[in-house]
Design a protein around this ligand. Structure first.
Ligand code: AQP
Length: 330
């Protein structure tokens, strides 16, 4: 039997090159080796307010981008988190074994809670509980491999801690999942500020390269990306902005290396990186347009994904409930 892989993306904002290089690209590369489940995590998206109609559109757009980026629905299950009730049910059961202190220590919680406080908004409980829901997503399918960008490493450690605690309290129930980071592109930084992770929720038109950005827009964003005061690429002393562009370039085109760009003036280097990104995204954008031209195809893919994963989720929940002693309907 093949080991199982699970990973997900929130259907919020514009999917960007960081999501592609940190997650989707490696999913497509490894999917034939494992039994893969790729999920549109809409329950995570609503930890912050989303306009309902926009969220509905984004769920479909995200699913279409998964397929356009190379996820093959004949090989992998593409499904929507809220379509499987087990995600929220298991999240509650795991909440009951998770100490509050573990959640309050999560870096992403601290950053997002600070942001909400700065906006004088009260901090939603969902923001705190988010990592337990993520643990439930993974443990529900007994996934042993979770390919993510490195911003999720801490949440994965928490998932293992929760699984270990549950197994310790109630007996061996969950498979222990391992993180799998891509070798290049595990953390792509913002083009406007290379000290910040590229993120869908960040503001600023020049922050991220959207997977559906027009080639002219991509070129403009890269040409304007923050670098440093040096005139040309010096691999020994390059700052975080140049390093980030190099990482993006290397991950999009293997002929771009530290050695091949050494000494290039920044203008030429940026043009080279822009060319590589545009060439890498062109077939994805073309395929995306084909997929979205046929809404029935997407419905069918999501239905198939749902049907494949539902029995796995029901099996785990039955085991968890039985282990905890809560009522299992026969
Ligand atoms: N910058 C990144 N570099 C590499 N990988 C990344 N991922 C996200 N950003 C980068 C990986 O993409 C997958 C989906 O993550 P997400 O849906 O949480 O995307 P996001 O861009 O982080 O979205 P948000 O809404 O803006 O979230 P916050 O504000 O939390 O950053 C994951 O595998 C992630 O590692």
């Amino acid at each position: 039997m093949k080991a199982r892989v699970f990973s997900g993306v929130q259907p919020t904002g514009q999917l960007h090159i960081g999501n592609y290089l940190g997650a989707l690209k490696s999913w497509a590369e490894i999917q034939s080796l494992y039994e893969s489940i790729f999920c549109i995590v809409d329950l995570h998206a609503v930890t912050l307010y989303q306009k309902p109609d926009e969220l509905k559109t984004k769920i479909r757009e995200t699913a279409a981008l998964f397929i356009a980026a190379g996820i093959d629905p004949d090989q992998s299950s593409v499904m929507v988190q809220s379509s499987i009730p087990g995600h929220s049910e298991l999240a509650w059961l795991l909440t009951c074994v998770t100490p509050l202190g573990w959640l309050q220590r999560m870096t992403q919680f601290k950053i997002k809670a600070d942001k909400q406080e700065a906006l004088r908004e009260s901090i939603g409980d969902g923001l705190l509980q988010y990592p337990v829901l993520m643990a439930a997503d993974i443990l529900l399918y007994q996934a042993s491999i979770v390919p993510v960008g490195d911003d999720q490493t801490q949440h994965l450690e928490l998932t293992r801690d929760i699984a270990q605690r549950f197994n310790g309290l109630y007996g061996e129930t969950f498979v222990m999942p391992a993180t799998q980071l891509p070798t290049v592109g595990a953390r792509i930084m913002g083009l406007d500020d290379p000290t910040q992770k590229m993120s869908k929720s960040a503001e600023g038109a020049g922050h991220a390269i959207g997977l559906l950005d027009d080639p002219k827009v991509i070129q403009k964003k890269i040409l304007r990306a923050t670098t440093d005061s040096q005139p040309a690429v010096d691999p020994a002393t390059m700052g975080p902005g140049v390093q980030n562009l190099l990482t993006i370039g290397e991950a999009c085109d293997a002929s771009i290396t530290k050695e091949s760009v050494a000494g290039m003036r920044y203008g030429d280097f940026k043009k080279r990186v822009a060319e590589a990104v545009i060439a890498r995204l062109e077939p994805i954008q073309r395929r995306y347009r084909e997929i979205t031209a046929d809404p029935l195809y997407l419905d069918e893919v999501l239905k198939r994904g749902h049907e494949h994963v539902l029995p796995i989720s029901e099996d785990t929940l039955r085991k968890v409930k039985d282990a905890m002693g809560v009522y299992v309907q026969s």
